[in-house]
Design a protein around this ligand. Structure first.
Ligand code: HEC
Length: 198
Protein backbone atom coordinates (compact mmCIF):
# COMPACT_ATOMS: atom_id res chain seq x y z
CA UNK A 1 0.00 0.00 0.00
CA UNK A 2 2.67 2.45 1.13
CA UNK A 3 4.99 1.27 -1.65
CA UNK A 4 2.28 1.88 -4.25
CA UNK A 5 1.73 5.34 -2.82
CA UNK A 6 5.44 6.16 -2.92
CA UNK A 7 5.75 4.87 -6.49
CA UNK A 8 2.72 6.91 -7.56
CA UNK A 9 4.13 10.00 -5.91
CA UNK A 10 7.50 9.46 -7.54
CA UNK A 11 5.81 9.05 -10.92
CA UNK A 12 3.98 12.34 -10.56
CA UNK A 13 7.24 13.91 -9.39
CA UNK A 14 9.06 12.63 -12.43
CA UNK A 15 6.34 13.87 -14.78
CA UNK A 16 6.64 17.31 -13.25
CA UNK A 17 10.39 17.24 -13.59
CA UNK A 18 10.19 16.42 -17.25
CA UNK A 19 8.36 19.70 -17.63
CA UNK A 20 10.97 21.43 -15.48
CA UNK A 21 13.76 19.99 -17.65
CA UNK A 22 12.30 21.63 -20.73
CA UNK A 23 13.08 24.93 -19.05
CA UNK A 24 16.71 25.17 -19.94
CA UNK A 25 19.52 26.72 -18.02
CA UNK A 26 19.12 30.17 -19.49
CA UNK A 27 20.43 31.81 -16.35
CA UNK A 28 23.89 30.32 -16.32
CA UNK A 29 23.22 27.40 -13.97
CA UNK A 30 25.53 24.58 -15.07
CA UNK A 31 24.04 21.37 -16.40
CA UNK A 32 25.34 19.46 -13.37
CA UNK A 33 23.79 21.99 -11.00
CA UNK A 34 20.48 21.79 -12.88
CA UNK A 35 20.50 18.00 -12.59
CA UNK A 36 21.28 18.19 -8.87
CA UNK A 37 18.48 20.72 -8.32
CA UNK A 38 16.02 18.58 -10.24
CA UNK A 39 16.86 15.67 -7.99
CA UNK A 40 16.23 17.81 -4.89
CA UNK A 41 12.90 19.03 -6.23
CA UNK A 42 11.95 15.52 -7.25
CA UNK A 43 12.44 14.25 -3.73
CA UNK A 44 10.47 17.22 -2.31
CA UNK A 45 7.60 16.56 -4.69
CA UNK A 46 7.58 12.87 -3.80
CA UNK A 47 6.88 13.85 -0.18
CA UNK A 48 3.84 15.98 -1.03
CA UNK A 49 0.27 14.77 -0.87
CA UNK A 50 -1.41 14.34 -4.27
CA UNK A 51 -3.44 17.57 -4.11
CA UNK A 52 -0.30 19.64 -3.48
CA UNK A 53 1.59 17.75 -6.19
CA UNK A 54 -1.21 18.69 -8.57
CA UNK A 55 -0.99 22.35 -7.56
CA UNK A 56 2.78 22.39 -8.02
CA UNK A 57 2.43 20.67 -11.37
CA UNK A 58 0.11 23.45 -12.50
CA UNK A 59 2.70 26.19 -11.85
CA UNK A 60 4.28 27.92 -14.84
CA UNK A 61 7.73 26.98 -16.12
CA UNK A 62 8.91 30.41 -15.03
CA UNK A 63 7.77 29.81 -11.43
CA UNK A 64 9.34 26.35 -11.37
CA UNK A 65 12.60 27.81 -12.63
CA UNK A 66 12.49 30.54 -9.98
CA UNK A 67 11.85 27.97 -7.25
CA UNK A 68 14.75 25.92 -8.54
CA UNK A 69 17.06 28.92 -8.37
CA UNK A 70 16.03 29.62 -4.78
CA UNK A 71 16.66 25.98 -3.86
CA UNK A 72 20.05 26.22 -5.62
CA UNK A 73 21.08 28.98 -3.21
CA UNK A 74 20.75 26.61 -0.25
CA UNK A 75 23.10 23.70 0.26
CA UNK A 76 21.72 22.72 3.68
CA UNK A 77 18.58 20.63 3.76
CA UNK A 78 16.83 19.10 6.73
CA UNK A 79 15.09 15.75 6.77
CA UNK A 80 12.86 16.66 9.71
CA UNK A 81 12.73 20.38 10.51
CA UNK A 82 9.63 22.42 9.67
CA UNK A 83 9.70 25.91 8.18
CA UNK A 84 8.83 27.29 11.60
CA UNK A 85 11.86 25.72 13.17
CA UNK A 86 14.05 26.98 10.34
CA UNK A 87 12.59 30.47 10.80
CA UNK A 88 13.56 30.49 14.47
CA UNK A 89 17.10 29.53 13.49
CA UNK A 90 17.10 32.34 10.89
CA UNK A 91 15.98 34.77 13.58
CA UNK A 92 18.84 33.62 15.83
CA UNK A 93 21.33 34.24 13.04
CA UNK A 94 19.85 37.68 12.44
CA UNK A 95 20.23 38.46 16.14
CA UNK A 96 23.78 37.16 16.06
CA UNK A 97 24.57 39.64 13.26
CA UNK A 98 23.13 42.52 15.34
CA UNK A 99 25.16 41.46 18.34
CA UNK A 100 28.33 41.19 16.25
CA UNK A 101 27.87 44.61 14.63
CA UNK A 102 27.20 46.21 18.00
CA UNK A 103 30.50 44.87 19.29
CA UNK A 104 32.67 45.58 16.22
CA UNK A 105 33.01 41.85 15.59
CA UNK A 106 33.11 41.70 11.81
CA UNK A 107 34.11 38.03 11.83
CA UNK A 108 31.01 36.96 13.75
CA UNK A 109 28.86 39.23 11.57
CA UNK A 110 30.18 37.68 8.36
CA UNK A 111 29.75 34.10 9.62
CA UNK A 112 26.22 34.66 10.92
CA UNK A 113 25.20 36.48 7.73
CA UNK A 114 26.48 33.64 5.54
CA UNK A 115 24.70 31.11 7.76
CA UNK A 116 21.49 33.14 7.45
CA UNK A 117 21.84 33.36 3.66
CA UNK A 118 22.39 29.62 3.42
CA UNK A 119 19.71 28.69 5.97
CA UNK A 120 18.47 25.12 5.97
CA UNK A 121 15.52 24.25 3.79
CA UNK A 122 12.76 22.48 5.72
CA UNK A 123 11.53 19.00 4.90
CA UNK A 124 9.61 19.09 1.64
CA UNK A 125 10.92 22.58 0.71
CA UNK A 126 9.03 25.85 1.22
CA UNK A 127 5.80 25.17 -0.68
CA UNK A 128 4.20 22.67 1.75
CA UNK A 129 4.20 25.38 4.44
CA UNK A 130 2.35 27.93 2.31
CA UNK A 131 -1.43 28.20 2.49
CA UNK A 132 -3.23 26.37 -0.31
CA UNK A 133 -4.44 29.63 -1.88
CA UNK A 134 -0.89 31.01 -1.95
CA UNK A 135 0.48 28.24 -4.13
CA UNK A 136 0.03 29.99 -7.48
CA UNK A 137 2.25 31.80 -9.99
CA UNK A 138 1.29 35.32 -8.92
CA UNK A 139 2.05 34.80 -5.24
CA UNK A 140 5.13 32.64 -5.68
CA UNK A 141 6.68 35.11 -8.14
CA UNK A 142 7.19 37.46 -5.17
CA UNK A 143 9.63 34.99 -3.59
CA UNK A 144 12.53 36.00 -5.83
CA UNK A 145 12.43 39.58 -4.54
CA UNK A 146 12.08 38.51 -0.90
CA UNK A 147 14.93 36.09 -1.36
CA UNK A 148 17.20 38.81 -2.68
CA UNK A 149 16.19 41.22 0.09
CA UNK A 150 17.06 38.70 2.78
CA UNK A 151 19.75 36.47 1.36
CA UNK A 152 21.24 38.84 -1.22
CA UNK A 153 21.69 41.55 1.41
CA UNK A 154 23.00 39.08 4.00
CA UNK A 155 25.74 38.11 1.52
CA UNK A 156 26.45 41.79 0.76
CA UNK A 157 26.65 42.42 4.50
CA UNK A 158 29.12 39.53 4.86
CA UNK A 159 31.32 41.00 2.13
CA UNK A 160 31.36 44.40 3.83
CA UNK A 161 32.15 42.69 7.14
CA UNK A 162 35.03 40.76 5.52
CA UNK A 163 36.50 44.15 4.62
CA UNK A 164 36.21 45.19 8.25
CA UNK A 165 33.65 47.87 7.36
CA UNK A 166 31.14 47.74 10.24
CA UNK A 167 29.22 50.84 9.26
CA UNK A 168 28.73 49.71 5.67
CA UNK A 169 27.77 46.21 6.85
CA UNK A 170 25.20 47.70 9.25
CA UNK A 171 23.44 49.48 6.40
CA UNK A 172 22.15 46.13 5.07
CA UNK A 173 20.28 45.21 8.27
CA UNK A 174 17.23 47.30 7.34
CA UNK A 175 16.95 45.67 3.91
CA UNK A 176 17.17 42.21 5.41
CA UNK A 177 14.39 42.78 7.94
CA UNK A 178 12.29 44.40 5.19
CA UNK A 179 12.54 41.10 3.33
CA UNK A 180 11.38 39.18 6.42
CA UNK A 181 8.47 41.58 6.93
CA UNK A 182 7.39 41.58 3.27
CA UNK A 183 7.40 37.80 3.01
CA UNK A 184 5.46 37.47 6.27
CA UNK A 185 2.89 40.01 5.05
CA UNK A 186 2.43 37.94 1.89
CA UNK A 187 2.60 34.38 3.19
CA UNK A 188 2.20 34.39 6.95
CA UNK A 189 0.33 37.10 8.84
CA UNK A 190 0.29 37.28 12.63
CA UNK A 191 1.69 34.14 14.26
CA UNK A 192 -0.28 32.19 16.82
CA UNK A 193 -3.76 33.65 16.37
CA UNK A 194 -6.22 31.85 18.66
CA UNK A 195 -9.41 30.37 17.27
CA UNK A 196 -10.89 30.45 20.79
CA UNK A 197 -11.28 34.22 20.81
CA UNK A 198 -14.38 35.92 19.49
C1 HEC B 1 10.02 33.15 1.90
C2 HEC B 1 9.24 33.99 2.76
C3 HEC B 1 9.83 34.30 4.11
C4 HEC B 1 10.95 35.03 4.41
C5 HEC B 1 11.87 35.73 3.43
C6 HEC B 1 11.05 35.05 5.85
N1 HEC B 1 10.05 34.33 6.42
FE1 HEC B 1 9.80 33.99 8.39
N2 HEC B 1 8.09 32.92 7.98
C7 HEC B 1 7.60 32.65 6.71
C8 HEC B 1 6.42 31.80 6.82
C9 HEC B 1 5.58 31.28 5.65
C10 HEC B 1 6.21 31.59 8.19
C11 HEC B 1 5.09 30.75 8.83
C12 HEC B 1 5.55 29.31 8.92
C13 HEC B 1 4.57 28.39 9.59
O1 HEC B 1 3.87 28.81 10.53
O2 HEC B 1 4.53 27.20 9.18
C14 HEC B 1 7.27 32.33 8.88
C15 HEC B 1 7.40 32.39 10.27
C16 HEC B 1 8.42 33.04 10.94
C17 HEC B 1 8.54 33.10 12.39
C18 HEC B 1 7.52 32.61 13.36
C19 HEC B 1 7.70 31.16 13.72
C20 HEC B 1 6.55 30.73 14.66
O3 HEC B 1 6.89 30.16 15.68
O4 HEC B 1 5.39 30.93 14.34
C21 HEC B 1 9.69 33.80 12.67
C22 HEC B 1 10.27 34.09 14.03
C23 HEC B 1 10.27 34.18 11.41
N3 HEC B 1 9.46 33.71 10.37
C24 HEC B 1 11.44 34.91 11.28
C25 HEC B 1 11.95 35.39 10.07
C26 HEC B 1 13.07 36.28 9.94
C27 HEC B 1 13.89 36.82 11.09
C28 HEC B 1 13.24 36.50 8.61
C29 HEC B 1 14.24 37.37 7.92
C30 HEC B 1 15.63 37.26 8.31
C31 HEC B 1 12.21 35.74 7.91
N4 HEC B 1 11.45 35.10 8.83
C32 HEC B 1 12.07 35.70 6.54
C33 HEC B 1 8.12 33.08 5.53
C34 HEC B 1 9.26 33.84 5.38
Amino acid sequence: MLATKIIRNLTIGTALLVSISSVHAADGMSKEKMMAMKKVMQSDIALMKPDLQKQVKGLSKMTKMQLMKIVAGHSRRSKQLTLRQVMHEVLSDYQSIVSALATDNTEQAADAARRLANHRLPIGGLIPYMAKEDVNDAKLSTLVGFNDLVEGNALRLAEAADKGDVSNATRYMGNIIQGCVACHATFRGQPGISNRLR
